[in-house]
Design a binder for this molecule. Structure first.
Ligand SMILES: *[C@@H]1O[C@H](CO)[C@@H](O)[C@H](O)[C@H]1NC(C)=O
Length: 406
């Protein structure tokens, strides 16, 4: 008994110490841009996440649970707020858990249907965590929203997120009338990694002829390429919360099961052979980024020469299933009308700018909204009380307006 108490006490002291350390580290290393409204909120949000991740890593070392499991568990502790205007159902499509959001008010005609793929770098986020976002989306756009609870790392790795979201989308497309959805207005939508998956689904569906055609895609700060981590936004927003390159690489470690050893090589482009660069430079290059985005301290850097071992051990990063920006012209040109939302203070910002250019060059209609005070992850703070940002409401309004215009 005494031993047990001592162990619990020691773990407690350790966790508190690490928490305090993380808070100090955040204070010293975090850069909150002057344009961000409510800097203290962002700082608190960032600190909370860093502390949770640090605790999660300790629990992972102690083999109690993995870091992502711990963070998801804590995130899911927040109570589900119900909205009287939206009916929410927990369902399963095949084996995949989904949440279906339908506006309560009767409608004389079928509504738009939205497949929503949540973000969180594959490792974080959940149906419960994104409940606020999906509820608002359904209500504001007067649409039926299907949120997909895909399987996540480290229990389920690459390419589970795509397999599950694709399967759920097919099931949904086959039963639209059951949910009162207009087959001519189905939209695939996602934020962050969910946006990348959303566009991959659209790319896969371009070739199918026996399903209703997707009407549009909405991509909120989606990472659409994993070749170049030295584009302007990666340099400019290196230390801006909520995510930085360390976090991005950690997601690769959990999702793709690649070793942390190769972090520096990958982030400097040494995982990409010269012939791959040569093939894709026309699409992945700072030359395709408008000048006004390069002003804030950007120094062009050539990629490091190939590190053969890094390439061999991380080549899943180059798998085309992780690179929607690099799909063939024949596929990209047939993508549906697109709404792209980007945030100025996001390491991944330039992904949106490059994809926008690629789509426009191939004649796909693009509606683009750039949040001058936005940061990566801001949408998921919607309706989070003290921790929510006005920018999240603006993104939501832009999404709803786009859907209503279809
Ligand atoms: C490749 O990267 C690893 C890890 O960063 C490093 O130890 C190794 O020396 C590199 N190899 C070459 C050929 O640069």
């Amino acid at each position: 008994m005494v031993v047990l108490l001592l162990v619990i006490g020691a773990v407690w002291v350790l966790l508190m110490g690490v928490g305090l350390w993380e808070v100090c580290r955040c204070l010293l290393t975090t850069e909150i841009p002057a344009a961000i409204e409510h800097p203290v909120r962002l700082w608190v949000l960032h600190c909370l996440l860093q502390v949770l991740m640090a605790w999660g890593k300790i629990l992972e070392k102690l083999r109690i649970c993995s870091m992502p499991q711990f963070v998801r568990f804590v995130h899911d502790l927040q109570p589900l707020k119900t909205d009287p205007a939206v009916v929410v159902k927990d369902l399963r499509l095949g084996t995949i858990p989904v949440k279906l959001y339908q506006p309560k008010a009767p409608s004389c005609s079928p509504r738009p249907g939205i497949v929503f793929v949540h973000g969180g770098g594959t490792i974080f986020g959940s149906l419960k965590f994104y409940h606020r976002t999906c509820c608002r989306l359904s209500k504001e756009s007067d649409s039926v929203v299907l949120a997909v609870g895909y399987r996540q790392p480290p229990e389920h790795r690459y390419p589970m997120i795509i397999v599950d979201c694709f399967a759920a989308t097919i099931c949904f497309l086959r039963s639209l009338d059951r949910y009162g959805v207009d087959p001519a207005r189905v939209v695939i939508c996602g934020d962050s990694v969910g946006g990348a998956v959303a566009t991959l689904i659209c790319q896969k569906l371009v070739k199918s002829s026996d399903l209703p055609k997707i009407r549009a895609q909405i991509l909120v700060y989606a990472p659409v390429q994993l070749l170049d981590f030295q584009l302007p936004s990666y340099q400019q927003n290196r230390n801006v919360p909520l995510i930085n390159l360390d976090f991005v690489y950690q997601c690769f470690v959990y999702y793709l099961d690649i070793s942390p050893t190769w972090k520096n090589a990958c982030l400097k482009g040494a995982h990409v052979p010269a012939e791959v660069w040569a093939k894709y430079r026309k699409w992945v290059s700072s030359e395709n980024i408008p000048e006004r985005f390069k002003k804030r301290g950007y120094k062009p850097l050539p990629p490091m020469p190939l590190n053969e071992s890094a390439y061999l051990e991380t080549n899943l990063l180059l798998d085309l299933i992780n690179e929607p920006l690099l799909a063939e012209d024949e596929v990209v040109s047939r993508l549906p009308e697109t709404c792209i939302i980007s945030c100025e203070y996001d390491v991944l910002r330039d992904n949106s700018l490059l994809y926008k250019k690629r789509l426009e060059d191939l004649g796909v209609p693009v509606t683009w909204h750039h949040m001058e005070d936005g940061f990566h992850g801001v949408l998921s703070t919607i309706d989070m009380g003290f921790l929510s940002f006005p920018c999240s409401t603006r993104i939501m309004n832009n999404m709803a307006q786009f859907i209503k215009g279809l």
